[in-house]
Ligand binder design. Structure first.
Ligand code: NAP
Length: 260
């Protein structure tokens, strides 16, 4: 039995990077996993195949009306109506939704002087409004179930700020305030809400950067290395599982001590 056996999960933005690692870890721990993507169709298809192989229906879901244990759905996280349709679809297919991970996110970095209104709005809508969209849509289902774990992926940048990322920092700081408020509002319904704040995590995004720059970042971290997506995923497994049954309204930093 895995830590998430018998649970259903939805992870937004899982076609690559941290989201993909979360989806795979969740399946390895026995969860049935739905995930979203927007533009990476091939990557999403390959992830769906990989997740289907875990066959978690047989392991923990004998009662499932629809014998499906993985599902990739194209859905724009920034769009309110799409989020509602997404949650309805997952609940319809899986019969429940126990864990929601709001992971979809983008950067549009620039100094404030040069930042366009479009860059501001895009980052706020995809990173922050997306959390409102899905949490609002999932609340009724989780209230009916009298249980649920919501995990919002913020960032070290949301806690300390970063020059050239005022839009991103504002979106990620907003996620922290949102997370704490949801935890306070829904705690009495046994719905937990926490945030995970990764530091510098080495994904495909960082692979394309100049090695010297990346090494400079690594050297500045007390643990002298970047994190792996799987290390963020482990924190999400913990917060999604009963191992964290009395933890809510918290920010779990996963950053090699780069910010304490
Ligand atoms: P990534 O590799 O760029 O992956 C981003 C994912 O989000 C992709 O699957 C992408 O899907 C999806 N996405 C983007 N816009 C979307 C939209 N409008 N609707 C639905 N999905 C959308 O990024 P990552 O590094 O794994 O980051 C994942 C999360 O961790 C983000 O919230 C990020 O802010 C946070 N984070 C990352 C780091 C880091 O060092 N990497 C540090 C702190 C926090 P498509 O490709 O299909 O469009």
């Amino acid at each position: 039995m895995g830590l998430l056996s018998g649970k259903t999960a939805l992870i937004t933005g899982a076609s690559k990077g941290i989201g993909r690692a979360i989806a795979i870890k969740f399946a390895q721990e026995g969860a049935r996993v739905a995930f979203t993507y927007l533009s990476s169709v091939e990557k999403a298809d390959s992830l769906e195949h990989e997740l289907l192989a875990y066959n978690n229906v047989e392991k923990g879901f004998g009662h499932a009306t629809v014998p499906k244990n993985a599902m990739g759905i194209k859905s724009d996280a920034a769009d309110f109506k799409s989020a509602e349709e997404l949650i309805n679809k997952v609940v319809e297919e899986f019969g429940s939704l126990d864990i929601l991970v709001n992971n979809a996110g983008i950067t549009r970095d620039n100094l404030l002087m040069r930042m366009s209104e479009e860059n501001w709005d895009e980052v706020i809508n995809i990173n922050l409004k997306s959390c409102f969209n899905t949490v609002k849509a999932v609340t009724r289902t989780m209230m009916k179930q009298k249980s649920g774990s919501i995990i919002n992926i913020t960032s070290v940048v949301g806690a300390k700020g970063n020059a050239g990322q005022s839009n991103y920092a504002a979106s990620k700081a907003g996620i922290i305030g949102f997370t704490k408020s949801v935890a306070l509002e829904l705690g009495s319904r046994n719905i937990r809400c926490n945030a995970v704040a990764p530091g510098f995590i080495e994904t495909e995004m960082t692979e394309v950067l100049d090695e010297k720059t990346v090494q400079g970042w690594r050297d500045g971290i007390p643990m002298k290395r970047g994190g792996q997506p799987e290390e963020v995923a482990d924190a999400c497994v913990f917060l999604g599982s009963e191992m964290s049954s009395y933890i809510s309204g918290q920010v779990l930093h996963v950053n090699g001590a780069m910010y304490t």
